[in-house]
Design a protein around this ligand. Structure first.
Ligand code: KG4
Ligand code: ZN
Length: 357
């Protein structure tokens, strides 16, 4: 079974093709093979604005996407006729970009008479680990990206229970803000991780919101403010202080994530803790999560670093997981700027029939 996946929900225009044996809904479904994976990062277009500009992003997706689809097919040595399905991120995300991806996927699916799959971007992150690792459902997932920070039990495609979420900012956003305040550039996560190397993680004491509180919710706005106040007091151009602050910030985030995951593993025991989303690329945080998983007799599993940040492979893979369960979407699917994984969770957007015409 071969599925092409398109990701256009933020600032990466990405297309990939995955292959896996068609199979039933076994918990240990066979792993996939990545036949091609092309990404055009729009970073240079957005860098001078210090963040992603939605209108620029949508236009850049439109300009690049057709060429990237052709490239992904060429790399996989396949034609559109060889595919079994065409998937695209259907939300949540910047709506202009999502529309570009969805319209392209629908057009290709219609013209070549293939099933179309509208994939929830968060589900793409959530299931991506199963492309490369033999992880059985159900598993506990820490989803940490630029816009989200959640703990969920993943029972299968479309079957999630949210245990906790951030009450304010996402952890990736906090990395980006820290990097911006320190003039380390955009995106902030990798820059902070690099700067933290060799720094003293105990030099600065920063607040750990929610730490040791019951439950699995997160909060990062207080930490963001504390970083800003600390930066204001730093002598200009002090590279050692920047490095120490990044290391202290990362340790603080590690403390909070480990504490929240510990509560989640106690509330919903699972042999596997999966971490996914852009922030899962951070090797220091992975090591902290490994420790907490081991304390609960669980194993930490994460996608390869290059599949943590947004990519087409995770969308193709989630599409394939749904397709092999016999699912697909109609060409009347409407892109969803908001699309919670667990619509029953408090504060989540209720499944709205108006979202599907
Ligand atoms: O999943 P993703 O690519 O996009 C969203 O769906 O949001 O996540 C992007 C986020 C950004 O905030 C970025 O700074 C963060 O992931 N990130 C990292 C690292 N690499 C990317 N954060 C910490 N350490 C990293 N190495
Ligand atoms: Zn993402």
């Amino acid at each position: 079974m071969r599925v092409l996946g398109i990701e256009t929900s933020c600032d990466e225009t990405a297309v990939a093709i995955v292959d896996a044996p068609a199979g039933g809904a076994t918990p240990h479904a066979p792993l996939g093979t990545l036949l091609s994976n092309v990404v055009y990062s729009q970073m240079t277009e957005h860098r001078r604005f210090g963040g992603v500009v939605p209108e620029i992003a949508a236009r850049a997706h439109l300009e690049r996407l057709d060429g990237l689809v052709a490239e992904a097919l060429a790399e996989a040595k396949l034609g559109l006729a060889d595919l079994d399905g065409i998937a695209a991120t259907g939300g949540p995300g910047l709506i202009g970009g999502v529309m570009v991806g969805v319209m392209t996927a629908k057009a290709l699916a219609f013209a070549h008479d293939k099933p179309f799959l509208a994939v929830n971007h968060l589900e793409g992150h959530a299931l991506s680990v199963r492309l490369t690792e033999n992880v059985a459902f159900p598993y506990l997932l820490l989803l940490v990206s630029g816009g989200h920070c959640q703990l969920l039990t993943v029972r299968g495609p479309g079957d999630f229970t949210r245990l906790g979420t951030t009450i304010d900012d996402a952890v990736g956003e906090c990395f980006d803000k820290t990097a911006k305040l320190l003039g380390l550039g955009f995106p902030g996560g990798p820059a902070v991780e690099r700067a933290a190397k060799g720094g003293d993680p105990h030099r600065f004491t920063l607040p750990r919101p929610m730490w040791k509180k019951p439950g699995c919710d997160f909060s990062f706005s207080g930490l963001k403010t504390a970083v800003r106040q600390t930066v204001e007091k730093l002598p200009a151009g002090d590279a050692a202080a920047i490095s120490d602050l990044c290391a202290s910030f990362q340790r603080t985030v590690g403390d909070v994530l480990a504490d929240r995951c510990s509560n989640a593993l106690a509330l919903a025991p699972s042999p596997t803790l999966v971490v996914a989303g852009g922030v899962a690329a951070n090797l220091y945080l992975r090591s902290r999560l490994e420790e907490v998983a081991a304390r609960h007799g669980a194993k930490l599993v994460a996608p390869p670093v290059k599949l943590c940040t947004d990519n087409g492979a995770m969308i193709a893979w989630a599409g394939l997981e749904r397709l092999r369960l016999g699912q697909s979407d109609g060409l009347d699917f409407r892109p969803r700027p908001r699309w919670p994984l667990d619509p029953t969770a408090p504060g989540a957007v209720a499944p709205n029939s108006a979202d599907r015409v």
